[in-house]
Design a protein around this ligand. Sequence first.
Ligand code: NRN
Length: 418
Amino acid sequence: MVDYKVKDISLAEEGRMLIDYAEKHMPVLMHLREKYSESKPLKGMRISGCLHVTKETAVLVETLRACGAQVAWSGCNPLSTNDKVAAALAANDIPVFAWHGLSKDEYYWCIEQTLKIEPTLTLDDGADLIFTLHNKRDDLIPNLYGGSEETTTGVIRVRAMAEDGALKYPIMAVNDAQTKHMFDNVYGTGQSSFDGVLRASAILIAGKTVVIGGYGYCGRGLATRAKGLGADVIVTEVDPVRALQARMDGYRVMPMSKAAKEGDLFITATGMKDVITGEHMKVMKDGAILGNAGHYNVEINEPDLMAMSKGKKRVRHALDEYELKDGRRIYLLGEGRLVNLVAAEGHPSEVMDLSFAGQLNAMIWLAKNGKGLKPAVYEFPEELDKETALAKLETMGIKIDKWTPEQEAYARAYAEGT
Ligand code: NRN
């Protein structure tokens, strides 16, 4: 048995059933596991991972190991670990350091445990592992071939590090793979955030006014699902182009100061702090429900909410009721942390199949090409994106057209006009 720390190892059997179930909905990743099980392209690699410990992540972790890598894993959010899955990984000899309800110190202790394998690759979601390496263990950086980053917020963070000349090893922006953000961020976040809202609040969405903060890939998915569930959707934005797009997509667009008076349910997906503050809470309806779909818990200002409340009470799974001094009640989902993973199970396996095919391909690419690469943020190779999309279509029994040689020639020709 390897070193690990989980909530309760006796949950392993239940966790294994969850992982087996996820495997059945992740055909692309399972195909890649089978494809590489002989050649083991990650042989000799040591991967420290910092990514939500869910049934889908477990499929990725066990695929990385099947491809030859030694792995050590922590979660990337104090409230997103599924304790049954963590137990199943530990029981399968994977050094996993993760449990639901970590303190901040425990969270970073878990990350540091994964560094004991002295990684040659890092796999991150939100860049807390990358930042810890730079900040506390830069002695390990010379071993690194490279790393990957899963999510929008993490890519923004490492790009800022690179801008500052602070990035010390190459990072592939897996979030920027088309087969990741055009699917995970849109269809995944859209569905799984409402999964979280409904498991925690059990409200009827039809007939309600739902305010979506941010109209990026995540916000677009959220607005689509809110509309599909029968809500009257309001979008708030700071970017005029995205605001215009939201209006053209048929949603009402207005400042949060105005939306705050109308909303029954608020979901933020901006990556920015203080999207909803006390100023907005002051004018909200009695019973308004606040949720965040962004990576960090900074989008809803919970200290403002606490300051205007007599007290708070956990009234349902992942739902806290704040009784305000003026008698109104406001509800906060998942302590303001990303509602899909805290109140539900995160995105469905079918869409994580795409994201994690990207992560696996990034690890294989970096194992091959990373050594000696300039520390910078690298785009996901386009041909790998197309390969992943084709593989997914195949699992769906979908065939597509192919250009003829004449069409190939036409695409290259610029002389032919009208
Ligand atoms: N089920 C999941 N397992 C899951 N759902 C969403 N994410 C998940 N990771 C593991 C991540 C997405 O890829 C959360 C990240 O913020 C987002 O990029």
